[in-house]
Write a new protein. Structure first.
Length: 55
């Protein structure tokens, strides 16, 4: 999967997760914190794998 396509896929996935979780009675602050934590988690995994973002 190309980096442009993967970037678009990640945005859609994050957007879908935000949409699904918004129905879980989470406050906007809690949802934003979760998304930030998930992004940091993903960036750390990529960094540890030797493929840090942005590429």
């Amino acid at each position: 999967m190309g980096s442009t396509r993967f970037g678009a896929w990640r945005l859609l996935t994050a957007g879908n997760a935000a949409l699904m979780l918004s129905f879980a009675d989470w406050s906007p602050e809690r949802l934003n914190n979760f998304i930030a934590d998930l992004q940091q988690f993903n960036h750390d995994i990529e960094r540890l794998a030797g493929r840090p973002w942005p590429r």
